[in-house]
Design a protein around this ligand. Structure first.
Ligand code: SAH
Length: 352
């Protein structure tokens, strides 16, 4: 298999062009073609000589993902994209047209792995198990396809699709850095969010490296024992340890840390509010509440009154909250519903 040109960062592209006897500025031009202009063929790179275009074509893949299917929600316009990788796996991305960040923007939710190793009880991706990490280029190509297909330029990127981003740390961070290049997508660091279920050493590394992107942690329960029932990672990296580490390390001057919390009927009591307040008494957080989406689980869904009471109590405790609207449920595109299935519509009929 040919290497993928989208796996290269700026320094790697520079080294490539230097080795070909080309000038340094070619590197920035390449990123401009790949991301800003979003071309799908080397032959479109018209400020490169014919010889250079032919050589790149011969040596590199330009698009490591094939668009296999696309579904649009009739309820809210959310779009789900199913991609095939060159080695025959399937991954999904979601384009969310309404506002999940509270800022009225478009958001692309990207996958970071084929499948997932984490085994969370409420999540469909867990059910397919872990296949492999995605490369930086495979992460970036999701955005290229979504932009091209939808003719929309998307402002927010969330690493909340399939997989655990912090178990693919290097490729995820490389992709995020490339998204941020001014001669590429030029997406501001504040519009890129990396979400993790809580890989303690990777969170610590992220903070120590002073990475600028928003960080979101999937907490989902205020009691360790209950959390461990649905999130096996709690046994390896207890969330209390993460909270302690954050208290010491996470500078108050930074962007607020987002804590994601799936609301079930049995984790939104007044005691949960008190435990949350205690857990984050020294940290600057905002709580993003996610209504539990249906899936292959039998967890209890809260009703509107329970949710209202919980949010009001949190607000009384001065904990900033936002409620994530559940988007794209009819196309299984909501949080925890991505399974990379070759067929959609919940039928068992595979697409040809
Ligand atoms: N592995 C990363 C990235 C996946 S993000 C992480 O855990 O953060 C997916 C987000 O959707 C997580 O916050 C997760 O808790 C949430 N989620 C998963 N299944 C869900 C479901 N059935 N209903 C609502 N949210 C869900």
């Amino acid at each position: 298999m040919k290497p993928n040109i989208k796996d290269l960062d700026f320094n790697e592209a520079l080294a490539l062009f230097n080795s070909l006897g080309e000038k340094d500025y070619r590197a920035a031009q390449l990123f401009n073609w790949l991301y800003e202009r979003n071309v799908s063929s080397f032959s479109d790179m018209t400020n490169f000589s014919k010889k250079l275009r032919a050589l790149l074509e011969e040596r590199f893949e330009i698009s490591p993902l094939g668009l296999y299917d696309r579904k649009i929600s009739k309820i809210d316009g959310t779009e789900k994209f199913l991609f095939s990788t060159l080695d025959g796996h399937f991954i999904e991305s979601v384009l969310i047209k309404s506002d999940i960040s509270g800022e009225g923007r478009l958001t692309v939710c990207v996958s970071s792995q084929v499948g997932c190793l984490m085994g969370c009880g409420f999540c469909e991706t867990a059910k397919i198990g872990f296949k492999r990490n995605l490369s930086a280029g495979e992460i970036l190509d999701q955005i290229c396809h979504v932009r091209r297909e939808s003719a929309l330029k998307n402002n927010n990127i969330v690493f909340m699709g399939m997989g655990e981003p912090f178990l693919n740390y290097d490729n995820v961070l490389k992709a995020a850095d490339i998204m941020n290049y001014s001669f590429g997508f030029h997406i501001s660091v504040r519009k890129i969010t990396i979400s993790t279920c809580g890989i303690l050493p990777a969170i610590e590394r992220y903070i120590d490296e002073e990475r600028p992107y928003n960080l979101a942690l999937s907490l989902n329960d205020s009691e360790p024992d209950k959390r461990a029932q649905n999130m096996p990672i709690e046994k390896k990296y207890p969330f209390n340890k993460i909270a302690q580490m954050l208290e010491h390390k996470f500078p108050v001057s930074r962007n607020r840390l987002t804590i994601e919390y799936i609301m079930r009927k049995d984790n939104i009591s007044s005691d949960d509010v008190k435990r949350l307040k205690k857990m984050f008494r020294f940290s600057r957080i905002k709580l993003n509440l996610i209504p539990l989406n249906p899936g292959n689980h039998s967890l209890p869904v809260p009703d509107a009154d329970d949710i209202k009471k919980f949010t009001e109590e949190l607000e009384l405790m001065n904990i900033p909250v936002s409620i994530r609207k559940s988007m794209g449920q009819d196309i299984s595109g909501a949080c925890g519903q991505l399974s990379g299935k070759k067929y959609f519509n919940n039928t068992n009929e595979a697409k040809a």
